[in-house]
Design a protein around this ligand. Sequence first.
Ligand SMILES: NC(=O)c1ccc[n+]([C@@H]2O[C@H](COP(=O)([O-])OP(=O)(O)OC[C@H]3O[C@@H](n4cnc5c(N)ncnc54)[C@H](OP(=O)(O)O)[C@@H]3O)[C@@H](O)[C@H]2O)c1
Length: 411
Amino acid sequence: MTGAMTGADRRTARDFVESSGRPRRVSILGSTGSIGQSTVDLLMRNRDAFTVEALTANHNAALLAEQAKALDARFAAIADPADYPALKEALSGSGIETACGRAAVVEAAERPADWVMAGIVGAAGLEPTLAAVRQGRIVAFANKEVLVCAGSLFMREVAAHGATLLPVDSEHNAIWQCFDFSRVEGIEKITLTCSGGPFREKSHAAMREATPAEAVAHPTWSMGAKISVDSATLMNKGLEVIEAHYLFQLAPERIDIVVHPQSIIHGLVTYCDGSVLAHLGSPDMRTPIAYALGWPGRTAAPTKRLDLADIGRLTFEAPDPERFPALRLAREALARSGGPTVLNAANETAVHAFLAGRIGFLDIAAIVERTLELMPDSNLDSLDDVYTLDEAARETAASLLDARGNSRIAQ
Ligand SMILES: NC(=O)c1ccc[n+]([C@@H]2O[C@H](COP(=O)([O-])OP(=O)(O)OC[C@H]3O[C@@H](n4cnc5c(N)ncnc54)[C@H](OP(=O)(O)O)[C@@H]3O)[C@@H](O)[C@H]2O)c1
């Protein structure tokens, strides 16, 4: 991907998998979320091939306990201490260790495992994902905000600790399956597809009045609330351009976006001879997760098989930059030092405010744009710099929310 998946790293991980002869030991950071639950579903269907070391959640103690029991996990960690009594009680007598707090989530990431799913949402996943990376693990990488906010510093940690990143985001997983890592000089560009989200055909006026319920009602994918809103603004695709830039080490102008409402083709790689390799599949995250779970082999997934005659038509269009400014904002941010960190922090703050009913849908991009304007460029020389800039950008975005009171920012 990557600095992470050099040939040497790939051989190391492959040798390990093929020679170990025992079930792969896995941990899931964010097991109660959408990605986490899909991963749990696959593990439940392949019990002989995997054992479970650790599972984590933020608040959902009941589901975490249920998963830990069903998978016979060794350790369950919940980030919010307020939810710890419920977890402890639900797992008492089970023999499953429990703990709470951010340190407990980091401990879950550090415990011995062959494969760790990074499935937490937002920059909150940075510390635990880094902890898994620093143990040199194979990390199935869904938590894109980690790469957006820490970029090359994160990739440097991956390389320094001999960790391996396996892209789980469906588009990046698709590119991974089509990307000839041994002949990168023959690759001209990659294309990430985008469903267009629930407002693809909505007017600017309708988008101004859009409710959180409408924004999270994604037409083709079933996902957590934050990424669903990001898909509605197309910020998700902007974050994915940044993610692809770091994973595949491609200049931003060699990463294209095309709207493809059916979500059947997930990613394409264009080669210098005009060949284009594409990855197709039903819009179900269990396919890319299964690919990462089984890598370098394959794990069966019970997803709907494609019937192209039944689907009939696959259509494509360019994204509308007027109604969806987030894509432009992401590319502009990527061109600035510290820009992606600011973009991500402002977006998380604005999406949270939108979901809480504090701002309108169009205000999300407006707040991100204004935060980017207000924040100077920052050199990020260390992860401490990342945390400091992330916090400053959140404060700036929050002050914009406070300043606006009940008046809308975006017209
Ligand atoms: N969902 C998809 O189809 C999809 C596709 C591609 C990429 N991704 C990416 O995968 C990541 C997860 O997405 P998702 O849709 O699965 O999100 P989600 O459904 O909201 O789940 C997030 C998970 O992270 C936990 N969590 C949230 N805040 C936390 C914190 N501060 N500390 C520790 N744990 C925390 C949640 O615990 P609780 O349940 O207790 O709140 C939950 O387990 C995101 O980065 C997203 O962009 C998702």
